[in-house]
Design a protein around this ligand. Structure first.
Ligand SMILES: C[S@@+](CC[C@H](N)C(=O)[O-])C[C@H]1O[C@@H](n2cnc3c(N)ncnc32)[C@H](O)[C@@H]1O
Length: 252
């Protein structure tokens, strides 16, 4: 599959071209590539730290992020690794090896995310997380609990990427996110990454309000051809929308 756009990481670009479709999963190619570019943006700005994901499955999204980390930064995969069967963990580690995720970088936690405290994450990684991907249990309670864990271990300028927003199968997830954001006014949505299709659904990218300036302009210029200029309205602010084929409905 040809590259939609380059991430500036040769290993990530190679994986997106030759590996992404061979690793089962539900993240879209579009959103995965944008998130790897967000890690590149953080590196440019000197925002260091680890990557962590709740709901790693076979590693489709995880591998791209792990390959975009630098130096001794680690990638933590949290999953029960028991669905749809007990061979999931084997498949995940084999994919990581095949695409060059270094053993020293890989941290795996087999278990439910709700059993992890912020201290556990700190012990597993040894420092703050610069990007979380929250894609585990899709109930309202579980999402809010996973967001709490992510927020309390997040680098001050870090990002939380939330999957399956506005997915027709999980219409109340966005309600849970809204309630959570109302309780945590220091956080907001900085970007909506639109869906590719019903499986490869939208992701919302969150950060602290003070950090929006690090990402907003950069997203609009770096992804100019995917930028939906109307933006996304959140009552107190607008955020960036990136969509694979931006267009406006004709009105006259
Ligand atoms: C939709 S899949 C994740 C897809 C993957 N992130 C990707 O990009 O391809 C959801 C995963 O969440 C895991 N999961 C569900 N509930 C969980 C929980 N409470 N704690 C940890 N993982 C959970 C499932 O085992 C499953 O592998």
């Amino acid at each position: 599959m040809p590259l939609q756009f380059s991430t500036s990481f040769p290993a990530v670009d190679h994986y997106m071209m030759n590996g992404f479709d061979t690793v089962r999963g539900m993240s879209s190619r579009f959103a995965t590539t944008i998130c790897a570019c967000l890690l590149a943006r953080q590196t440019e700005l000197g925002i260091g730290g680890h990557f962590a994901e709740i709901g790693t499955f076979e590693g489709r999204f995880f591998i791209a992020m792990a390959l975009a980390l630098s130096g001794d930064e680690k990638a933590l995969g949290i999953d029960t690794f028991d669905w749809p069967n007990a061979t999931l963990l084997e498949r995940f580690t084999a994919h990581c090896e095949r695409f060059g995720v270094a053993d020293a970088q890989l941290v795996v936690h087999k278990g439910r995310s709700e059993a992890l405290s912020p201290g556990d994450v700190g012990s597993l990684l040894g420092g703050p997380v610069r990007m979380w991907h929250v894609d585990g249990e899709h109930s309202r309670t579980a999402l809010q609990r996973d967001l709490d864990l992510a927020r309390s271990t997040l680098h001050p300028d870090g990002l939380i990427v939330v999957d399956d927003m506005l997915h027709p199968e999980y219409p109340l997830l966005v309600v849970a996110l809204h309630e959570w954001l109302e309780r945590h006014r220091d956080m907001r949505v900085v970007c909506v990454i639109d869906r590719e299709d019903i499986v490869a659904a939208s992701k919302f990218v969150l950060c602290r309000t003070q950090s929006v300036c690090h990402y907003e302009e950069d997203l609009m210029s770096r992804f100019e051809r995917f930028h939906y200029v109307m933006g996304s309205e959140w009552e107190r602010y607008f955020c960036v929308v990136l969509t694979p084929e931006p267009r406006l409905a004709p009105v006259d």
